[in-house]
Ligand binder design. Sequence first.
Ligand code: GDP
Ligand code: MG
Length: 448
Amino acid sequence: SLSDRLTATFKNLRGKGRLSEADVDATVREIRRALLDADVAVPVVREFASRIKERALGSEVSGALNPGQQVVKIVNEELVTILGGETRRLRLAKNPPTVIMLAGLQGAGKTTLAGKLSKWLKGQGHSPLLVACDLQRPNAVTQLQVVGKRAGVPVFAPHPGTTSEFDAPTGDPVAVAEAGVAEARQKLHDVVIVDTAGRLGVDAEMMDQARRIRDAITPDEVLFVIDAMIGQDAVNTAKAFEDGVDFTGVVLSKLDGDARGGAALSVASVTGKPVMFASTGEGVDDFELFHPDRMASRILDMGDILSLIEQAEANWDKDEAARMAKKFADQEDFTFEDFLAQMQQIRKMGSMKKMLMMMPGAQNMRQQLEQFDEREIDRVEAMVRSMTPHERLAPKIINGSRRARIARGSGVHVSEVNGLLERFGQAQKMMKKMAQGGMPGMPGMSMG
Ligand code: GDP
Ligand code: MG
């Protein structure tokens, strides 16, 4: 697996400085191979690899990870972002019914999905109506009716040759779609799922029909259903549907098969549309919300390496805390190197900001959290990084000309460097006081 190969490429060396071109190249080569194995489209792999290289080159080597792990971490973050970041929810219409239209090639899994989606929505307290607009294939309407029965959801459909259960027009899918939405409005269904026809290959007539249906019912969501096994064709198919009906989200079907799901990356990457659901079998319950993070590790087949990375980072936090505690105890000087290490920890809290904001009780902390400014940390970090190692360990030597050089190197004004050195001096003094057992005098507070 990729994990094994990467582990072999990188022993547990911890780097210093910045990631080198050789580090990055070796890992990116493995990543590219893994993506191609997962059947991600070739041009997508190429673009992705060069983006990773650009981002990884010159990024700081973390204290916690070896260079290979660090590149993998970047790759994983990028994958998750491309695949849609956090799972995107269905957009429900302010004035029901919410209209969802399904589009995709024949055999992609639209009709099956219609059943799954409707059952899932029903479970969430909605009252969906399925609308059969595939009038192309002889059995398509019956198939949707079977699926609807399994899901326990009514189906609006023309009955060729007989009188319709509903008064549905026959023959014209656009008219059926419109009548279906009207029916839902009248019978107070709050969601309508419109199943459409597909062809084996993309063709103009089919796309035209899909577009006319879309224009007639102005759906809140157009979901493009694509078979996870489709492989290299994913890009062309997705582009054709994007041009043709301009879908709002992607559903990846047949994820129960062997496919590693490269199609998800191909489609999301060329269209920028989020993957929202996954279909994982022929049954009406084989359906789940799509999780970009799980998909990312499936595509790269690197679940184990990611958990290693998490562990290494968690341990590093502990190591670092222990190191600082020892420094205090030994009454060593607090240096800019320590300062830098602390900033990395603070950064991690920054990325936790969003999560913290959502927690009960966060209201009290809200102001502090909102004031947390990543850019301020960037500037401070840039200044510290512009110092020589000697300056970091012995800040006393930073005289006027050194200050000017640091300011130039980090793109800030000299007054900012002065401010930093002053604050640092105060912090150093405070650390010393704390280490000696006393707290700096704070009016109104006694520290027992
Ligand atoms: P449509 O032409 O887009 O409506 O596709 P269908 O819903 O009719 O599905 C085509 C075939 O794929 C049927 O035999 C389905 O049972 C099968 N199918 C659909 N979704 C899945 C899935 O997630 N997993 C598996 N294994 N088969 C599926
Ligand atoms: Mg169908």
